[in-house]
Design a binder for this molecule. Structure first.
Ligand SMILES: [Zn+2]
Length: 351
């Protein structure tokens, strides 16, 4: 009755259960197998059934919680100076190191918005976003007569970090405006292509960066649709489908930002980003709304604040079960889940 097309598994786990039902050879847990090899009696293995036991141990041990919160991080200027709206190249590199060391892994915003998060078991997804398309985000330089990506720009730093740490991933969304995105007039179109070739994303930050609240529906559609048109002309088939609201301000009617049409080009935004000020709910949690997603601005104080928040509240943190087809949630947080948001995935609630 709860779910007609989905199977809900209530897996009962107790740290104390010792059910002497199966021998070690049936046990797929490496830990118990090696314990057995060291001569422990099979009857001491906490085994219920081989498959279930594997799921139980994994979820409880890694504290999988796919109803936990996710950070969408936001940078503005990346450059030489540190400030409220700017981050130095070195500090940006350190931000990546910090995230990596603390078990965060990169996912695309689109995948979060559509509940398609694929992260290794035990790790936490994080989304990186960059607003305003400045040169510090993506710059070409000449070296030995060749054009290369400046190793001191966000794209260069992300790329080399991903080469050193392939399991971190290479995902980010760059929110651009219409006029010379990324600031080099001879090469901006190549950058549009290259961001996408690298497997990262471009997002819509509107043509003119105006306050959308002051515009008519037609003007809003132009601000958004003309961007979609521009990128699609450069990279056929690639459609901007997420929007970072300029100044974090919505149009009079949010639906104008969600979808519309301009010169025969239709647009539909799967996610709409605000400017502040906290983590988002998991896409399977009650109240998750992809059309108003808060972000966390990365300057030192704010970044530290949220990292500490998750250190102090580990139960609030999204932790992947490693299987994109299942949504694993501890029983204590099952009340947060909106079952209508599970889609074609399988909900697993565990003790
Ligand atoms: Zn902006």
């Amino acid at each position: 009755m709860l779910l007609q097309n989905k199977r809900v598994l209530f897996i009962l786990i107790s740290l104390l259960i010792v059910l002497p039902l199966f021998g070690c050879s049936q046990n797929s847990s490496g830990l118990n197998e090696s314990e057995a090899l060291e001569g422990q009696a099979p009857s001491e293995d906490p085994v219920s059934s081989p498959n279930e036991e594997e799921t139980q141990i994994d979820l409880a041990e890694i504290k999988a919680n796919e109803a936990g919160q996710i950070m969408i991080l936001e940078w503005h200027v990346i450059g030489e100076k540190e400030g409220r709206w700017s981050r130095t190249y070195d500090n940006f590199r350190k931000d990546l190191e910090t995230l990596y060391a603390r078990g965060y892994r990169l996912v695309s915003l689109r995948d979060v918005a559509t509940n398609n998060i694929a992260v290794e078991a035990g790790y936490t997804p994080v989304v990186l976003t960059f607003d305003d398309g400045t040169a510090g985000h993506f710059r070409y330089i000449e070296k030995d007569g060749e054009r290369i990506i400046d190793p001191n720009c966000a794209v260069g730093i992300l790329k080399s970090f991903a080469e050193e740490h392939p399991d971190f991933g290479l995902e980010a969304t760059f929110y651009i405006n219409y006029y010379t995105p990324f600031g080099q007039k001879d090469s901006w179109q190549d950058k549009i292509k290259e961001v996408i070739d690298l497997g990262m994303d471009l997002g819509n930050h509107t043509v003119n960066h105006k306050k959308l609240s002051q515009l008519s529906q037609e003007e809003v559609a132009r601000e958004i649709g003309k961007m979609v048109q521009m990128v699609e002309q450069i990279v056929p088939g690639y459609k901007l489908d997420t929007l970072a609201l300029p100044h974090g301000i919505n149009p009079k009617d949010v639906s104008w930002a969600v979808s519309g049409e301009y010169e025969g080009i239709s647009y539909h935004n799967k996610a709409i980003l605000l400017v502040g000020a906290g983590p988002i709910k998991s896409p399977v949690v009650k109240g998750f709304d992809a059309t108003k997603l808060p972000r966390i601005q990365v300057f030192q104080e704010e970044f530290d604040k949220w990292l500490t928040y998750f250190d102090n509240n580990p139960d609030k943190r999204y932790i992947s079960d490693g299987n994109p087809d299942t949504i694993a949630v501890p029983a204590a947080q099952a009340h947060l889940v909106d079952e209508s948001k599970i889609g074609d995935k399988e909900l697993i609630i565990y003790e």
